[in-house]
Design a binder for this molecule. Sequence first.
Ligand SMILES: Nc1ncnc2c1ncn2[C@@H]1O[C@H](COP(=O)(O)OP(=O)(O)OP(=O)(O)O)[C@@H](O)[C@H]1O
Ligand SMILES: [Mg+2]
Length: 265
Amino acid sequence: MPLICFASPKGGVGKTTLAANVADALQRRGRRVLAIDFDAQNALRLHFALPITDTSGFMSQLPQRPDWRTLVRRTSSGVFLLPHGATDVRGALNLAQALDREPELLAAPMREILADPNLVVIADTPPGASHALSILAPMSNMVCAVLLADATSAALVPEISNGSFLGGGTIANLMAGRLRVILNGIEPKSRLSRAVSEMLTRHLGPRLLGAICREEMMAEAVAAQRFLLDVAPGSQAALDLQETTTAIEAALGAAPELFAARGAM
Ligand SMILES: Nc1ncnc2c1ncn2[C@@H]1O[C@H](COP(=O)(O)OP(=O)(O)OP(=O)(O)O)[C@@H](O)[C@H]1O
Ligand SMILES: [Mg+2]
């Protein structure tokens, strides 16, 4: 515990980038962090300097009921990682069918992972609705919906507000209190970006957890397999990231002893 899911009805908004950088920021604050990739793109590992040939992972093997403990990597950043694993069309179809038939396939290992009170778990999910998100959302302490400060993201606000991308009716209502929004890629010099950010800030009120500037070094950091706090610690985006991380900790009511760093998984 706790589980923080990064999700969005829209693709390419920075879910994976923020999941990796928030995991890194929490780790630097002494938290013991496990990042888990639930997206078949298997891209979270690219932020954590895993060898490109290392393609095994948790979700891709889930129908075979793997022991998740054997698949955890300790990355050079200090963050523990459960990669998704490489998969093809048939593998993705098998996984979706298996989760549809038996959600426990994922729910059971997640309960084991979350039973560790000294672990913060960060989940990166695929864009839009997914089996993984529908299983994870009810187990989550917080779902961070990532949006860009652009017109198409603004159009998705009703979907975020009523929680419909997390599921229908009751589940959406139950989840509403745990849903927070992070605005990513804000360009302070762009009139549209500023206008959309202001509109969303007014509309979302306390559900807006953080806002992060567009920063080229964010993308360059991935290419160098490092993190924003390594490559541009003084940038506005790094300050935004720190503030967002503080807001996540505050929202979770984090007691320091709950997150005491430890050496082993
Ligand atoms: N604040 C930012 N400033 C500049 N570039 C960013 C920022 N956040 C993310 N990016 C870039 O935007 C692109 C998309 O990011 P990312 O892959 O994290 O999005 P995603 O929501 O996980 O995408 P997908 O829906 O495909 O999983 C990447 O090239 C990333 O480097
Ligand atoms: Mg992604």
